[in-house]
Design a protein around this ligand. Structure first.
Ligand code: DGL
Length: 265
């Protein structure tokens, strides 16, 4: 059985494109509709109630577009809204926390670091999920609010990013063996992060794990598109399509976004 309906992917902004890219690489036959809520970004400094309300809007919009599944490509929205969204919807809803946690507990020798937005860290979603799988693991969670604007500005390499990354993470050098990059933007800072924490640190990027989970879920449901075909990509944002395209294409590293549509949700 095949299902050619699109998969909806949403994020608070354009950071979730790192997740879209991983899904596209793993399942090129799937058509993906990306929704970036750029009018209301950032979610990472907002309350659970607000993030849940915005996330519900995003899912409703994507469902009206006829998607067969929704991927919450935002750590903050996954941390705050996943259980409610799963309970309220009949189509599969996949977040990014689980994938990162699964990889982290496989890698760790004992102490896992989790970095994310203030909301993600305050939600405790990562530490709870890690403890549920590995009760003996130690988890150190650190909010790094300056990382998102840094990436949005394109400052992912060089002196400024090195200094800011070190200001947040230097004190954890040698203390954690595995670090979960618990925010859509952070994979772009892998290089300065690895330099700050030393070469033996295992960096967990949940995009790849999430893409695997998407594929597995579709296969299990018999809802994948026809293998060997090529699905389309469609990009929508709630504000600033030109800026979203400029920053987004940098994030996608070589993948063109074509026309970025402005939508009112
Ligand atoms: N997408 C958000 C996340 O992964 C980062 C940007 C924001 O704060 O909205 O947590």
């Amino acid at each position: 059985m095949t299902d050619t309906r699109p998969i909806g992917v949403f994020d608070s902004g354009i950071g979730g494109l790192t997740v879209l890219k991983a899904i596209h690489q793993r399942a090129p036959e799937e058509t993906l509709i990306y929704l970036g809520d750029t009018a209301r970004v950032p979610y990472g400094s907002k309350s659970k109630e607000t993030v849940l309300r915005y996330s519900r809007n995003n899912v409703k919009f994507l469902r009206e577009m006829g998607v067969k599944m929704v991927v919450i490509a935002c750590n903050t929205a996954s941390a705050y809204a996943l259980p409610e969204l799963v309970a309220e919807n009949t189509i599969p809803i996949i977040g990014v926390v689980e994938g990162g946690v699964e990889a982290a507990v496989t890698h760790t020798k004992g102490v896992i670091g989790v970095i994310g937005t203030e909301a993600t860290v305050n939600s405790g979603a990562y530490s709870k999920a890690i403890k549920a799988r590995r009760p003996e693991a130690r988890v150190i969670s650190v909010a790094c609010p300056m990382f998102v604007p840094l990436v949005e500005e394109g400052w992912t390499h060089g002196d400024i990013s090195t200094a800011i990354v070190r200001a947040y993470l230097d004190r954890y050098k040698g203390q954690v063996d595995t670090l979960v990059l618990g925010c859509t933007h952070y994979p772009l800072l892998k290089e300065p992060i690895a330099r700050a924490l030393g070469p033996s640190i295992a960096l967990i990027d949940s995009a790849e794990q999430t893409a695997l989970k998407v594929k597995e879920t579709l296969d299990k449901l018999g809802a994948s598109a026809l293998a060997g075909t090529r699905g389309g990509l469609r990009f929508m944002v709630t504000d600033s399509p030109a800026r979203s395209k400029q920053v987004g294409e940098r994030m996608l590293g070589g993948l063109s976004m074509g026309e970025v549509e402005l939508v009112d949700i």
